[in-house]
Design a protein around this ligand. Structure first.
Ligand SMILES: [Zn+2]
Length: 327
């Protein structure tokens, strides 16, 4: 027989009273102060013969959700409703920054490098080096930094506050389209944020130009890592397709910038998309491919550590997070 709620009530109250007595501190014990902070932000997993480590660069709080997402397509009420359905705050969009280190056995490759020393997206960023070290990875060990695109939160992390190289032994790889677009002097005449993006990107990329390989269409970054053209968010945006011993992973970069808003409505523009219509087409096509092929993805701005699978849902998609695995 299942006891009624009324029957359980006195027993529960009794247990609560017993627990409260146990938890009452001796009079001489001071309350512990709040500690703040968080555990080290790195997560290691295997992909075939590759050892992969997601390393956080911190977090960006985008606000307000509308029209950051939705623009001229959605209403503010629709964006708020989508967030409410997902049990998320309706007035801000905290987003992770998930960089990926891949040890292929012959090279140590970093896919996107975080914001770096300039707090262009607020104070919560710039933690990559600290957390690489926490994961046992020395910046000097990184052989190659490959970028999905040239936006500040992906590319500026290769330089420190003094402009010196954070990864002193690394070479770099980026699509030639994005390198040329975001270092184009003519764009300095554009209003912010474009002007600021270009100014900062020129300062970071141009002094290192001789160490850059320009990625062509479907270029192989390294054995098992291929750059897939996914234009729209930026003109030369690429995703990275990783494959080792039959295990696969698609590193999405900024194809989808929020795990709920961008997935549930791929047609909703994102304010930093260079070509919103093209970005929307790329987003739907790529997510559809990931869902159909049951391909694991890593979202640069998805909730930490950003790994999951994509399923068709409603007018778009939903992400199913990959369970944490030890070892
Ligand atoms: Zn980004």
């Amino acid at each position: 027989m299942i006891p009624t709620r009324r029957a359980l009530l006195p027993a529960c109250l009794g247990a609560a009273g017993f627990g409260a007595a146990l938890l009452s501190p001796p009079a001489a014990t001071a309350a512990a102060p709040p500690r703040g902070g968080q555990v080290a932000g790195w997560y290691r997993f295997r992909l075939g013969a590759f050892e992969c480590t997601v390393v956080s660069d911190g977090a960006i709080a985008l606000a307000p959700p509308f029209p950051t997402f939705g623009g001229s397509v959605a209403t503010e009420a629709e964006v708020r409703a989508a967030l409410r359905r997902a049990f998320l705050a309706e007035d801000r969009l905290p987003t992770a920054i998930n960089c990926l280190v891949v040890n292929t056995g012959s090279q140590l490759i970093l896919l996107d490098a975080g914001v770096g020393a300039q707090p262009v997206f607020g104070p919560g960023t710039g933690r990559l080096v600290e957390l690489l070290l926490a994961a046992g990875i020395q910046p000097g060990e990184v052989d190659l930094v490959a970028f999905t695109h040239a936006h500040p939160d992906h590319a500026w992390g290769i330089a420190d506050a003094a402009g010196n190289s954070v990864f002193p032994n690394a070479r770099y790889a980026m699509s030639s389209t994005d390198f040329d677009t975001w270092t184009n002097e003519a764009l300095l005449a554009q209003p912010d944020p474009i002007r600021g993006f270009v100014q900062g990107t020129r300062a970071v990329l141009l002094p290192r130009r001789d160490r850059f390989a320009m990625l062509g269409v479907n270029a192989e970054v390294a054995p098992g890592i291929r750059a897939v053209p996914t234009p729209g968010h930026t003109p030369g945006h690429v995703a990275f397709h990783l494959e080792s011993e039959g295990a696969r992973l698609l590193v999405l970069g900024d194809i989808a910038n929020h795990h709920v808003l961008a997935l549930s409505r791929p047609d909703w523009p994102f304010v930093f998309d260079s070509d919103p219509a093209q970005a929307s087409t790329t987003r739907r096509r790529t997510l559809d491919m990931a869902a159909t092929e049951r391909l694991q993805v890593l979202g640069y701005h998805f909730p930490w550590p950003g790994l999951g699978h994509v399923e068709a849902s409603g007018q778009g998609f939903a992400v199913v997070p990959t369970p944490w695995q030890w070892g």
